[in-house]
Design a protein around this ligand. Structure first.
Ligand code: NDP
Length: 298
């Protein structure tokens, strides 16, 4: 049987439409979630990401502010802005677009964000909360989006062997942390593989669920995948395509055409995990607003 394609766009649209409803209920209580997005420098890809986030806020009725700092902004400039946003009652969530220019110490910037406003879940306090299974912090948007994709597709990770390829702080490690939690929608047995792993294909072939987050175009080939596996492709890679108007095309970390026939479920790039990342950021912003106003989280 051909794999079911998990439609990230449709699932993200369902998530955001439920959020729009929550936002309109908050308005009846004179509350409006507010998100501040900080961009340092003028990296074109980062500009696109920031604009998409701001546009999504507008669509949902979330108040947003875009703060653009010059390429040569100093740490003091950035920390002063974070300080101001931490104190601003209109702002419930703060996001600093990654990667910043080299003079900026990203870890120090993240540490300066009030954990209650850390909607990216990069602050050590929120990462720690996630790891010990607390739900009064945030979950990082991309792995959280993967969990939601599976939940909405009727895939229960409980008792399954999930293999995560990649161990970054943004995707691989939190992916592992969410999958192993002792709670509904998780309870997986998790293996994390990375660039120092020996016999990587031997391990990926054991995955009932295989999650690729490496940043290497079409790295995962059919021979690395178990028959019937759920395959989630987090990768977003630009590869040259001189015949296309843009001169490049986007592809994932999975060789879709040859892996899809072996999988039970699979995501596409684009249109898989990508839209979920923004949807979950919005969910975190609404949650932040509710928590800061002592409103019960459902
Ligand atoms: P990083 O570069 O931070 O991490 C990549 C990970 O993959 C590292 O752990 C690295 O291992 C591992 N890796 C690299 N090469 C190999 C290899 N040959 N064999 C085994 N493991 C390898 O990337 P991110 O986690 O930030 O992102 C991964 C991908 O996901 C990228 O394509 C990125 O664009 C995409 N992404 C997509 C998002 C979305 O919204 N859909 C959001 C965030 C990221 P080691 O640690 O040993 O170096």
């Amino acid at each position: 049987m051909p794999a079911t394609i998990i439609d990230g766009k449709a699932i993200a649209a369902a998530v955001t439409s439920a959020l729009a409803e929550e936002v309109s209920q908050l308005k009846q209580q004179n509350l409006q979630p507010g998100l501040a997005v900080v961009l340092i420098g003028s990296d074109p890809a980062s500009q696109v990401y920031v604009n998409t986030k701001v546009k999504t806020c507008e669509k949902l009725g979330i108040y947003s502010e875009k703060h653009l700092l010059p390429e040569d902004a100093s740490m003091n400039d950035v920390l002063a802005l974070i300080d101001q946003l931490n104190c601003d009652p209109k702002i419930h969530g703060i996001l600093v677009q990654s990667p910043p220019p080299p003079q900026i110490d990203e870890e120090a910037v993240v540490a300066a964000i009030d954990p209650a406003k850390d909607v990216d879940c990069f602050h050590a306090e929120n990462v720690g909360k996630m790891l010990i299974g607390k739900t009064d912090g945030f979950f990082p948007c991309t792995p959280y989006g993967v969990m939601e994709l599976m939940a909405q597709s009727g895939i229960d990770p409980a008792g399954k062997h999930a293999v995560v390829v990649g161990r970054s702080n943004i995707v691989g490690k939190p992916m592992m942390a969410l999958l192993i939690q002792k709670c509904k929608g998780a309870n997986a047995t998790v293996t994390v593989v990375h660039s120092r792993t020996k016999n990587l294909p031997e391990l990926t072939r054991q995955g009932d669920i295989l999650i690729a987050a490496i940043g290497k175009p079409e790295f995962v080939t059919a021979d690395m995948v178990k028959d019937g596996a759920v395959v989630i492709d987090v990768g977003i890679n630009r590869v040259e395509a001189p015949d296309t108007p843009k001169g490049y095309r986007l592809c994932g970390d999975v060789k879709f055409d040859e892996v899809a026939p072996k999988a039970s479920f699979i995501t596409k790039v684009p249109g898989g995990v990508g839209p979920m990342t923004i949807a979950m950021l919005m969910r975190n912003a609404v949650k932040a607003c509710k928590m800061q106003n002592h409103i019960e989280i459902r």
